[in-house]
Design a protein around this ligand. Sequence first.
Ligand code: NI
Length: 284
Amino acid sequence: MTVRNPLMRHEWQSEIFQCKSNDISTFTSLLHTQLDRHDFTATTLGTVDGYPILACESRFYDPEKPSVLVSAGFHGEEPAGPWGLLHLLTKWEDGGPHSLNITLLPLVNPTGFLRGTRFNYNEQNPNRGFGFKDGRVLVQEDTSEEGKILIANSALLEESSRDGILTCHEDVLQTGSYLYTFEESSRPGIFSLTLLDTLKSCVALTDATEIDGLPLEGHLIHNHFDTSFESYLVQAGAKVGVCSETGARQPIDQRILANSALSATSLSKQNVRFEFSFPSWYRC
Ligand code: NI
């Protein structure tokens, strides 16, 4: 089995954004332009080696509306997530879907992103160490700096993911793509299959039957619980969850469009209510 090297550097040239995939200054500048345009509130949850971890919330919070969280950039060698989320923001008009309370974590691991490495500058894995016991998230021995910041903000993150959590990852070992999904039912339901349809319309799906020792069924790993961020939020009450894994051996721009489309699907009220409508402007 090939093993991921968490310190290997990866970078790609994006034609959509006309820069390298690890160009954090261009990413940050374009992100703030879009957040301002949509009147999102950006809060710094904490800093890692001087770089902020932002939570960005849509205006007009309404407890009656569904609340969905989209996160990206936990692993630095998986840049299509953050760029895909940014791409979606450039396509929105006037604050995005008004029928939802939207919270974005656009770049959880900035020090890994700028180095193009999976782990952070301190060789920690930001997507492990979310222990969960007796209804509460707990810091563990292997919790990263980023993880400790997120756990310190658990009340905000649990509330903002009440109706769903999407976390955008990639798999540098794969050409094809796949999903981890979470639903109440033991078999994948409409939510999982809708996200899979979106993925399939943008990129080729993997031929693998096993990923990291876990069996893939129909390109999905369903209801697998570990100490990841998404697993924690589902245990804390998120109604549905998905962790997307685009195969990073595909061109970067195709992966960016796939992550943009997955984010759009997760953030459609229809989808939260299990009635899917695909945004008409997507041409993956
Ligand atoms: Ni990842």
